[in-house]
Design a protein around this ligand. Structure first.
Ligand SMILES: Nc1ncnc2c1ncn2[C@@H]1O[C@H](COP(=O)(O)OP(=O)(O)OP(=O)(O)O)[C@@H](O)[C@H]1O
Length: 291
């Protein structure tokens, strides 16, 4: 599903959560929506899902989503820890409701995922742990097979093995059933390898939208002897550094030119792709104000 957003602003009284945002998603990719706390991710996704009237335009496959039942049936937004589900409902009822609402729902797959995440169908939502509630949200999100599926911090409270099971399920199902998936997360490195395109938002504004591989090529990780790395990076933009004994790794922002690549080789430095997380930290406003 294609998504077109034009001049979108979301305000809560004095607070501008989304500030004149415009972008398009060509579709059938896994998109990472990255942004610091309060940057506007949830406000943006709920507007894309048609939950709030947009100031500006939000179109899904060329049609406005707000007050458009047919378009809204094509969308599944899973907020963290399945908080939209009624705590008194049994898991089995939540799945039935999911099935009734979505034409693309795959019930056999939903049951497979419930089994994978070890969720008892007879348990009431309120009796599930935080991680189990999140897993239920993921079951709904994936089994819906919605042409636009948005997962907003869907991993909240999941332990590490469960999160990895979620990432595997997501990737496998996406390969078999390509669709537009938007994931917001603060665990950037864990999900980085799944993301094909990345949108970074900061204070309600789109900072960048780029293919994940292109984004990674905007920086370099340089590893070698502490003194060699220090010499090499002296005049460059260093995003972060890590030292272990006599070895140091520095994350650099900006592409290296030919002479710098030659110098790195002379010094015996190893060059590798930069971590998405370091780029993200660099591109968004630091905690406590401007750099
Ligand atoms: N219902 C609301 N009433 C008033 N202000 C709100 C409301 N919902 C969100 N906001 C404000 O809008 C801004 C964006 O919030 P939003 O939840 O969209 O950000 P987010 O990027 O999803 O944050 P997080 O990563 O912490 O979940 C914040 O300043 C927040 O305080």
């Amino acid at each position: 599903m294609r998504v077109d957003v034009q001049g979108l602003t979301v305000r809560y009284g004095e607070v501008t959560a989304v500030d004149d945002m415009s972008f398009s998603l060509s579709g059938n990719k896994i998109y990472g929506l990255l942004g610091r706390n309060g940057s506007g991710k949830t406000s943006l996704m709920s507007t894309l899902a048609g939950y709030r009237k947009p100031s500006g335009s939000v179109q899904l496959d060329g049609a406005p989503v707000f007050e458009n039942a047919a378009a809204m049936r094509q969308v599944c937004l899973v907020r963290h820890s399945a908080d939209a589900a009624d705590k008194g409902d049994k898991v089995s009822y939540v799945l039935e409701y999911g099935a009734a609402w979505r034409d693309t729902w795959d019930n056999a797959y939903a049951l497979e995922l419930v089994d994978l995440f070890k969720i008892d169908l007879k348990t009431k939502v309120g009796a599930l742990s935080l991680g189990q509630r999140s897993a239920l949200g993921v079951v709904i999100g994936l089994a819906s097979r919605s042409p636009l599926t948005m997962l907003d911090e869907a991993h909240l409270g999941m332990d590490t093995p469960t999160r990895y099971a979620f990432y595997d399920a997501l990737l496998n199902d996406f390969m078999e059933h390509p669709r537009t998936i938007v994931i917001s997360t603060h665990l950037i490195e864990e999900l980085a390898s799944l993301l094909e395109e990345v949108l970074i938002i900061d204070s309600g504004r789109l900072v960048l939208q780029e293919e994940a591989d292109v984004l990674r090529s905007r920086g370099t990780e340089v590893t070698g002897n502490v003194s060699d790395v220090d010499e090499f990076t002296a005049a460059l933009t260093v995003l972060s550094e890590k030292s272990l004994g006599s070895t140091k790794a520095a994350m650099l922002y900006g592409a290296l030119d030919y002479d710098q690549l030659i110098r790195a080789r002379q010094l015996g430095l190893e060059l590798g792709p930069i971590a998405l997380q370091d780029l993200f930290v660099h591109l968004t406003e630091p905690v406590g104000g401007k750099r």
